[in-house]
Design a binder for this molecule. Structure first.
Ligand code: 4NP
Length: 159
């Protein structure tokens, strides 16, 4: 199993949105048998909570399942066990690196590294901007590029 975890600050806006969008892509590509998807936050304010209503409503609008999204904090075990640790912004990367051993540093990426032509490097936080539609669009396009990257790199074929 190839294990992917998306990470943001609160685990109620961006990373659960990415988890749901990316999982939906793996299901549609018939790759969900090979790729597991999860999310977590670096902060603990929203542990045990469902995603923000803005994230839930944008996912529902795009017919993406929202079951099983519950706020939690990333652990050292998550970092050891996941193959792709995908952060929303640079502060998430710093916080993850502070938990990660040297051998795991290569697994940490910014989500927007997979959209190299985009003129921003960080996914803006809709908790503060309120712009869930814009963030959905970015996450959707970057998730498609990430899946493409993983399929290539891991030599996955749907079956
Ligand atoms: P997220 O957004 O990192 O995309 O889930 C946030 C959600 C909550 C808070 C900060 C960011 N907060 O400070 O409670």
């Amino acid at each position: 199993m190839i294990k992917v975890i998306f990470v943001c600050l609160g685990n109620i806006c961006r990373s659960p949105m990415a988890e749901a969008v990316f999982r939906d892509l793996t299901v549609k590509a018939k790759l969900d048998r090979y790729i597991s998807v999860d999310s977590a936050g670096t902060g603990n304010w929203h542990v045990g909570e469902p995603p923000h209503e803005g994230t839930l409503s944008i996912l529902r609008k795009h017919h993406i399942p929202t079951e099983g999204l519950i706020g939690r904090v990333i652990t050292e075990e998550d970092i050891r066990e996941n193959d792709y640790i995908i952060a929303m912004d640079e502060s998430n990367v710093r916080n993850i690196k502070a938990l990660a051993g040297k051998n795991d540093a290569h697994k940490i990426h910014l989500l927007l590294d997979f959209l190299p032509d985009e003129d921003i490097r960080e996914v803006p936080d809709p908790y503060y901007t309120g712009n869930f539609e814009y963030v959905y669009n970015l996450i959707r396009r970057a998730s498609e590029a990430l899946l493409h990257h993983i399929k290539d790199k891991e030599k996955l074929n749907a079956s």
